[in-house]
Design a protein around this ligand. Structure first.
Ligand SMILES: Cc1ncc(COP(=O)(O)OP(=O)(O)O)c(N)n1
Ligand SMILES: Cc1ncsc1CCOP(=O)(O)O
Ligand SMILES: [Mg+2]
Length: 207
């Protein structure tokens, strides 16, 4: 499963319940139609059962499209539905603990804002690190200050695993993130709020 992982992480479309008044599933389908290689289901503070139902429905779509599905925070939901992986932050389960309870090949992404945290995540068995916010973002209330593309470069130089930039990334400013050394970018609003999520996904992939 990790073969060609960096290629499959070149764009992670992260879901948000706020998606322009449209059904979430329609926006995800459009992103998959636009070629999104990975989707992350991100529901903050949701109950487990509706989250699992939604994850199963999403998984049917991502499998059809040949894309990866990650579940944010809730490793239990990811394992229960058979998603390809989970994304955990510094206050979620540690990658070592996720590895202990997950099947071989389960993909683990870890948020790491510094080279030290990224190296620790790599040593713990993370498959990739998410670094951000790269730019200012309105999609995460508790995000820290922007780390900039220099931080992406420093972390990419320190670790062997792919680095994914997140936070305030748009079609217009994605290129400096990958030029700095990121294998890919993760976006919420650039796709979830786009008038045409399919076109936005294609445009991001072209960058
Ligand atoms: C790809 C990617 N990178 C970073 C994050 C942020 O995760 P976290 O720090 O746990 O914050 P929340 O998303 O849980 O609010 C992410 N979700 N995805
Ligand atoms: C989940 C997350 N983690 C760091 S910034 C961020 C929000 C990204 O959203 P957007 O792409 O709309 O800035
Ligand atoms: Mg988290």
């Amino acid at each position: 499963m990790t073969n060609g992982l960096a290629e499959r992480l070149r764009l992670i479309v992260v879901t948000d319940p706020e998606c322009g008044g449209r059904p979430l599933m329609d926006v995800v389908r459009a992103a998959l139609q636009g070629g999104a290689p990975a989707i992350q289901l991100r529901i903050k503070d949701g109950d487990a059962r509706p989250m699992a139902d939604q994850a199963r429905a999403l998984l049917a779509e991502t499998r059809r499209a040949g894309a990866l599905l990650f579940i944010n925070d809730r490793v239990d939901v990811a394992l229960a539905v058979g998603a390809e992986g989970a994304h955990v932050g510094q206050s979620d389960l540690a990658a070592t603990d996720v590895r202990r309870i997950s099947p071989p090949g389960f993909l683990i992404g870890v948020s790491a804002e510094s080279a030290e945290l990224a190296l620790a995540a790599q040593a713990d068995g993370a498959d990739y690190v998410g670094v951000g916010p790269v730019y200012a973002t309105g999609s995460k209330a508790d995000a820290g200050p922007p780390v900039g593309t220099e931080r992406i470069g420093a972390i990419a130089a320190a670790v062997r695993i792919p680095v994914v930039g997140i936070g305030g990334i748009t079609v217009e400013n994605a290129l400096p993130v990958t030029r700095a050394g990121a294998a890919g970018v993760a976006v919420i609003s650039a796709v979830m709020q786009a008038n045409d999520p399919e076109a936005a996904t294609r445009a991001l992939l072209r960058r």
